[in-house]
Write a protein that binds this ligand. Structure first.
Ligand SMILES: [Zn+2]
Ligand SMILES: [Zn+2]
Ligand SMILES: [Zn+2]
Length: 392
């Protein structure tokens, strides 16, 4: 090998190494981006009503509750929580809904069952038919063949009437006949065969196909992702508790709450929007909640402040679990945001926060006509808000 050749090789080698490393970097960036997107999607799904309901039920049930596929004749495999009372369609959980929660890392799935499906319509309602390998007729009888050893006659067992050989007429005696095992006889063409051909017919689309042509479908079982259990509990429970407070105070709740920004025309999502009419005035509360392993930084709070600046909210509430950072706390204070930190599940804290909210609402709403003038100016933004709020 000449020096030149060696250089060529090492140069191509280096280039491919460089390319591999660049590709790897690209992949890493891509993965990081998709991790971010998934994290965002996961946070959104925690406030999505059907996800919240399912997660709450999973959290309320036993430690290792699983969602297991159950076969329903004529319908196939369906999913529902095992301890659920109602067995109507409303309790059935769609498989693609569960698969999406697996994608978001909220649920995990493990193998449970794998079945043959119709390759045309994915139905599992299938009947199995025996088929004659010669004439393809389904008119096949399953029987056993008996050999009469002295005369060599081989026939189906039921042809030996009263144990007499149909060929030589002798009585079958112990040791003079033998059972040749299971056989199949075609009633159409008389063919005898040892191995069946199977034909499947889909009872949904009525098409027929062989076992080989059928597709395999997996029906896993689903459970909460144990590594995220704390996060799931915090997300679901905190919103539940807050919404309970507002319900007790007579508010109508929307989770998630949607509002269209007055300037941007953008649709803003809040974790919760609560509305109530007090003394002829509509009061709107918009709430976001943020959850973190340690403390919440300013970013989610600033986004929240931006959103509230667009939709004029009467009482801004921000829930931070476990707490806000010191800087973020100052920002919240500066914007007169009612800040709720930590869990409010405990009755004493719960009542305390309820009273705080009640006091802030009382400050907002006019008590009598005397105050109406000042209050009206305070409520200037509210009429503008009406109509911008999306009806749900
Ligand atoms: Zn089918
Ligand atoms: Zn046949
Ligand atoms: Zn015989």
């Amino acid at each position: 090998m000449s020096a030149n050749d060696r250089w060529k090789i090492s140069s191509t080698d280096n280039q491919s190494k460089l390319k591999a490393s660049l590709d790897k970097n690209k992949q890493l960036i891509k993965r990081a981006e998709s991790d971010d997107t998934i994290e965002l999607e996961r946070k959104e799904s925690y406030i999505e009503p059907s996800t919240r309901i399912l997660l709450r039920k999973l959290l309320e049930s036993s430690e290792d509750e699983e969602i297991i596929p159950v076969y329903q004749p004529g319908r196939g495999f369906i999913y529902r929580l095992s301890h659920i009372e109602g067995k109507d369609d409303s309790t059935v959980i769609a498989k693609n809904f569960l698969d999406n929660l697996v994608r978001l890392d909220i649920l995990e799935k493990t193998f449970y069952e794998s079945v043959s499906e119709c390759p045309h319509c994915e139905s599992t309602t299938i009947t199995i038919h025996n088929k004659c390998p010669k004439c393809k007729s389904h008119d096949v009888d399953k029987t056993s063949l008996t050999e009469h050893i002295p005369c060599g006659n081989i026939d189906q067992k039921n042809m030996y009437l009263e144990n007499h050989c149909p060929k030589c007429g002798e009585l079958l005696l112990e040791g003079q006949y033998r059972n040749m095992g299971r056989w199949f006889v075609c009633r159409e063409c008389g063919e005898r065969f040892e191995n069946l051909e199977l034909e499947l017919i889909c009872r949904n689309c009525m098409k027929n196909f062989s076992l080989k042509e059928s597709t395999l479908a997996e029906f896993p079982k689903y459970s909460l992702n144990k590594l995220r259990k704390k996060e799931i509990r915090q997300n679901v429970a905190s919103l539940e508790d807050v919404s309970k407070i507002f319900t007790e105070l007579g508010f109508n709740i929307e989770i998630p709450g949607l509002a269209v920004g007055q300037k941007s025309g953008m649709e803003h999502h809040f974790s919760l929007i609560a509305r109530k009419r007090v003394n002829q005035q509509d009061i709107t509360i918009a709430l976001d909640h943020a959850i973190s392993e340690s403390e919440i930084q300013s970013q989610p709070l600033i986004l929240y402040i931006y959103k509230t600046s667009e939709v004029s909210v009467d009482l801004p509430v921000f829930v931070a679990i476990p707490k806000l950072s010191e800087t973020a706390k100052k920002i919240a204070h500066g914007h007169n945001i009612l800040l709720i930190e930590g869990f409010i599940g405990e009755l004493k804290i719960y009542e305390e926060i309820k009273n705080q909210i009640k006091k802030r609402i009382d400050d907002l709403a006019p008590q009598n006509d005397k105050h109406n003038k000042t209050v009206n100016s305070k409520f200037k933004g509210i009429n503008r808000l009406k109509g911008f709020m999306k009806e749900r």
